[in-house]
Design a binder for this molecule. Structure first.
Ligand code: AMP
Ligand code: MG
Length: 193
């Protein structure tokens, strides 16, 4: 049996992973058990095993064909898991590469995953800029607030095309400063089944 598959997206630093983890903890208490799968980690495992990168933040700088090859392999791995249980995929609607925006879910990945819902986690460019500056665990790109807003605009566009191609619904969830719990509650309510 195929289980539900929800894709959670957001620009780096918006807190997509955090909000998803918190929502899943709450759902677990209700016996709603999604498995959270990080698409970047699945890609990194492939890239590392082929000695292509040493750091996950190097992947988006690779040439587009290499990124797409790894992306396809990660997509296939995740598609296998949805046969076992409901899945939340933590990923990006688009990836900002030196040569432009790369679709996080091009059609061959969508065909594998067949998502029911695409969630886009957002806040203002200013808030994301500050969150990136205070995160020392990652090699975040230095961008202005308006660069980040352009990226978020492209992410919305890409997310809606994923909806058009698959019939998945597209939900925007805000993760504003000091209002994490509201975002978590909204995500919980749409993940309930
Ligand atoms: P993250 O930890 O979510 O920031 O992901 C780490 C890296 O994985 C990103 O910077 C991208 O290089 C890559 N990545 C994650 N999801 C995708 C995707 N759907 N398509 C292509 N690359 C991705
Ligand atoms: Mg993340």
């Amino acid at each position: 049996m195929e289980h539900k598959l929800v894709v959670v997206t957001g620009v780096p630093g918006v807190g997509g992973t955090t909000i998803t983890q918190k929502a899943m903890e709450i759902l677990k208490e209700e016996n709603i058990n999604y498995k959270m799968v990080n698409f970047g980690t699945a890609m990194f495992e492939v890239a590392q095993s082929q000695n292509i990168v040493e750091d996950r933040d190097e992947m988006r700088k690779l040439d587009a064909d290499t990124q797409k090859r790894i992306q396809k392999m990660a997509g296939r791995k995740i598609a296998e898991m949805v046969k076992e249980q409901p899945i939340v995929v933590d990923t990006h609607s688009t990836v900002k590469t030196p040569k432009g925006y790369l679709a996080g879910l091009p059609k061959w990945v969508l065909d594998e995953l067949n998502p029911n819902m695409i969630v886009v986690v957002e806040t203002t460019g200013d808030e994301i800029l500050i969150r990136r500056m205070s995160d020392e665990t990652r090699k975040r790109d230095l961008e202005t607030a308006s660069d980040i807003e352009e990226h978020q605009f492209m992410n919305r566009c890409a997310a809606m095309t994923y909806g058009v191609l698959t019939g998945a619904t597209v939900k925007i969830v805000k993760n504003k400063n000091g209002l994490l719990d509201e975002g978590v509650e909204e995500l919980v309510s749409i993940l309930r089944y």
